[in-house]
Design a protein around this ligand. Sequence first.
Ligand SMILES: [Zn+2]
Length: 190
Amino acid sequence: MLTDAAPRDRDREGFLASDRIKALALPHDARLPAIAKSIESAMRSGKSKDVRRACAEFLAATSEFYKVPDCGIRVLAARPLRVRERWTTEFFGDYTPSTMLIRVWMRTAVRKEITSFGTFLSTLCHEFCHHLDLQKFGFRDSWHTRGFYERAAALYHHARGTPPKKLFWVPMTGGRWRIDWPRTNRSALR
Ligand SMILES: [Zn+2]
């Protein structure tokens, strides 16, 4: 995972604010983990209609918790070949701010490999965090900052029922950052 470079224009301030917000409030009940389990079993059945219903339930619950308007969801069997590349890092889903629609796909376009449940849920949380950026935090855009990835990871680990990981970052050229996965995973084992 790689962050975007900080914009130099009037968006810079919002970008830096997004980078700083590392924590995300999480529900204290087990509603999201329960719905996530139903997404997992729907994926096992392979019926995209059932997966869609479970995802819609998940997003209705998250939207209600964060007090943001509900967003739409479309679950596609395979990634469309022509995807408008708003963000080049999105492999399994996207979010369109103007329509508040999340799309996730169960298979990759070219090799038709089925997306694992972990990747699928992580994508759903990632796209929902774009929705949160615009509807809750009020950013003018939703950038992939370190804070963004931390918030998406917090939501994912809560929903998956796995312990949160402290993310370690390595600076890259151009002011971007990437996650140091070996270090992040080593520290999670301790
Ligand atoms: Zn994204």
